[in-house]
Design a protein around this ligand. Structure first.
Ligand SMILES: *[C@@H]1O[C@H](CO)[C@@H](O)[C@H](O)[C@H]1NC(C)=O
Ligand SMILES: *[C@@H]1O[C@H](CO)[C@@H](O)[C@H](O)[C@H]1NC(C)=O
Ligand SMILES: *[C@@H]1O[C@H](CO)[C@@H](O)[C@H](O)[C@H]1NC(C)=O
Length: 356
């Protein structure tokens, strides 16, 4: 049964992506998520504490300036866009509602955001997944006003929706001893709350016309520097990783169930846990030297971001992690390569005919 489910999902992901690859040369993409995919929305939220507009962020991005990305260079989404031959969609809050740029895709992601509304509440301002869906709803209205209802519906049903959310529901909610959710719910209750909330959110996106959705599963959060420092020996937190694996497997089942229930839905679950875990455990195999601490010498007791007075490592490409939470540009390049080949498996190439 598990094997069957695996095959069905593998086929689903393949047909979803084959449809993407064969659709218009440059697919329209809408991106939803947290700081792993944000490209600058929080810079527009005046009181947000979840911002990456500090000098060292973006040091390896074109122009060398902080852009709101939570890494020294590109996000995985930026690199996937490069591979698709499209510009990385701009932050929602940077685009006015009458700008034609909306027709080419938008990024709604916001650092600190979670599936649950109260996740990351101590960042004061961030766009939760519910807020992001409401913003997409506004984009859709703006697109309708531009090109008419029928064309807007077509655009939305052919677009690809990349969704990566849930890390903060652990790191900046359940795992924080001073927040209510960790006290109020047992782990089993909490993961059920996440899955039922996510189910409603994916159905809301479907209602708004989304058909091709890719949910990017969570990585081994127990191995990020901000969690490792909680173990006496600097090891990965096994219990946290087990929770993430369970979350991922429940989302995978949810995706399969939505595909059965919702006509023409083509949801895919991209499980990258193993790829990230391997990179962290065998950094040398990928050309890295350090994976148990971050390049930027952050203070994990003070948020774990790379602040202007932090010291950077000498060779940023040696480190899997940039700060206490986020991979470096070099690590994102490795992970994007792997994700891309999962999403767009190369058809076997035909051997050239022998010449004699
Ligand atoms: C979360 O916020 C959204 C809109 O911001 C609202 O529609 C929804 O009811 C809220 N959910 C809960 C559980 O409070
Ligand atoms: C989209 O926004 C409109 C207007 O605010 C609202 O009536 C509708 O319920 C929203 N749809 C979804 C699926 O969120
Ligand atoms: C990371 O691993 C190295 C080599 O195994 C070790 O010397 C170092 O103390 C570790 N650092 C942390 C922060 O755990």
């Amino acid at each position: 049964m598990e094997v069957m489910l695996g095959i069905v999902l593998a086929i689903t992901i393949f047909t979803t992506m084959a449809a993407v690859a064969s659709s218009a040369a440059s697919p329209v993409t809408f991106v939803f998520g947290d700081s792993l995919t944000e490209v600058g929305n929080n810079n527009y939220l005046q009181y947000s504490l979840a911002r990456a507009n500090y000098p060292w962020y973006g040091v390896d991005y074109a122009g060398g300036q902080a852009t709101g990305r939570f890494t020294n260079g590109r996000t995985i989404g930026d690199i996937i866009s490069e591979k698709l031959g499209i510009p990385s969609p701009p932050p929602y809050l940077s685009v006015s509602q009458n700008d034609d740029a909306l027709l080419k895709g938008v990024n709604y992601a916001s650092g600190g955001a979670g599936i649950l509304n109260d996740t990351g509440l101590y960042f004061i301002q961030r766009l939760s997944f519910d807020d992001q869906i409401q913003n997409f709803n506004k984009t859709k209205e703006a697109i309708k006003a531009k090109i008419g209802g029928e064309a807007a519906a077509k655009l939305c049903s052919e677009a690809v929706y990349f969704i990566g959310i849930g890390s903060n529901d652990y790191v900046n909610n359940y795992l924080q001893p001073f927040l209510a959710d960790g006290q109020q719910y047992t782990y089993d209750e909490f993961v059920e709350l996440l899955i039922t909330t996510l189910e409603g959110q994916l159905m809301r996106l479907y209602k708004l016309g989304a058909r091709k959705m890719v949910f990017h599963g969570l990585g081994p959060l127990g191995c990020i520097p901000s969690q490792r420092v909680k173990s006496k020996t600097g090891q990965c937190l096994k219990r946290v990783n087990e929770w993430v694996i369970e979350f991922n497997s429940k989302v995978q089942k949810l995706v399969a169930s939505l595909n059965r229930r919702l006509p023409k839905a083509k949801l895919a679950f991209a499980d990258t846990y193993g790829d990230v875990f391997d990179l962290i455990n065998n950094p040398a195999a990928y050309g890295f030297k350090v994976s148990n601490t971050s390049c930027c010498n952050v203070d994990t007791s003070l948020g774990g971001l790379c602040l202007p007075n932090s010291k950077m490592c000498t060779n940023r490409n040696d480190y899997v992690f940039w700060d206490a939470f986020h991979p470096s540009d070099a690590a994102n390049a490795v992970l994007a390569d792997k994700l891309f080949s999962r999403l767009f498996p190369q058809p076997p190439s035909l051997a050239p005919a022998p010449s004699h």
